[in-house]
Write a new protein. Structure first.
Length: 329
């Protein structure tokens, strides 16, 4: 007898429908659940929403401000770097200018040292001193070689000189003293023969740095009476100090001559300032004229012209040089 095999029954369509519906129901439940959670977070009724939103806007604004500040800081850094470069350039220019000024000052000092203001033979002592200084001739005050061992200043202390030319007078005397490294004696008197230091009347003032400083300080306020005539001072200096064994130079600083006669003064100086066997005068006379009177109207300039005439004649006959300045300021 043939045995017949029992075939498997197919899955019921109804069962599959049920299973499918269940999975669909589960998926719908999950979608609805997720939708509810999202709605709960973004619920406008939640008080945190406004705070969070405000904080977000503040954070965003702070980020923008930070970026702007960083940009400004970068620009400031660039400007600072540029300023530092300019500062360095200016500092370099200042250093160069200081070096130039120092060089000019040194040149001026050298020129002053090289200033030549006498015209006599150098003694062995003076030759040694000038070899040490390596001095050269210049024409700053007439190009006159220095060699005097004794110097006398005759200074016009009249009102016109003291009011208008006194700073220039002090500068000229200071420069003249500076070109003499060392002398054996100095004397200062005004055009009337009045001594700056009465205790040294008829005596030489010993040369020293302190004494030169005292002379410069005294000059600032020395205003002895004057009749604007250098004749008295010149004759007093020659009578008091001329000597055959001394090399003496007189320096006259003035602006006018109010005396009676130029010829009388020249002749009198000839009589008292004797010549040595070589026809050289015992005392040399140099003069520096200050053009104070030439700032006056033409009719008031005659005393200045007479001073220049007198000093040209005196310096010519007594081995010296007359220098007329072009400014008294």
């Amino acid at each position: 007898m043939k045995i017949r095999q029992k075939s498997a029954e197919p899955v019921s369509i109804a069962f599959l429908s049920v299973i499918t519906c269940c999975f669909g129901a589960i998926i719908l439940l999950l979608i609805v659940s997720a939708s509810n959670e999202t709605e709960n977070v973004e619920d406008p009724s939640d008080p945190r929403i406004h705070t969070i939103s405000k904080k977000q806007r503040e954070i965003f604004s702070m980020k923008i401000d930070s970026r702007e500040q960083l940009n400004e800081l970068d620009l400031s850094s660039q400007r600072l770097e540029k300023l530092n470069v300019e500062k360095k350039l200016l500092s370099d220019k200042i250093i160069i200018k200081d070096k130039i000024a120092a060089a000019r000052q040194q040149t001026r000092k050298t020129s002053i040292k090289n200033l030549l203001v006498a015209q006599q033979e150098l003694t062995d002592e003076m030759k040694r001193l000038y070899r040490e200084l390596d001095q050269k001739k210049t024409n700053l005050v007439g190009g006159i070689p220095i060699d005097s061992e004794y110097i006398i200043f005759i200074i016009d202390t009249s009102g016109s000189m003291f009011r208008y030319a006194w700073p220039k007078v002090i500068a000229q005397i200071k420069d003249t003293l500076q070109v003499y490294p060392k002398v054996k004696g100095i004397q200062i008197m005004n055009d009337m023969g009045v001594y700056m230091f009465p205790s040294y009347r008829n005596k030489w003032i010993p040369d020293s740095p302190d004494r030169r400083k005292a002379i410069n300080e005294r000059l600032k306020e020395w205003n002895a009476f004057s009749n604007s005539s250098p004749a008295e001072g010149i004759t007093e200096a020659i009578r008091a100090f001329n000597a055959k064994d001394k090399k003496i130079s007189i320096y006259v600083y003035g602006d006018e001559f109010t005396g009676d006669s130029i010829r009388r003064v020249v002749d009198y100086v000839d009589n008292i300032n004797h010549a040595d066997p070589s026809t050289n005068r015992l005392v040399r006379i140099h003069a520096i004229g200050f053009p104070v009177q030439f700032a006056q109207p033409a009719q008031l300039q005659h005393t200045g012209i007479r001073f220049a005439t007198l000093m040209r004649e005196l310096t010519r006959k007594n081995g010296g040089t007359f220098v007329g300045l072009n400014s008294f300021r």
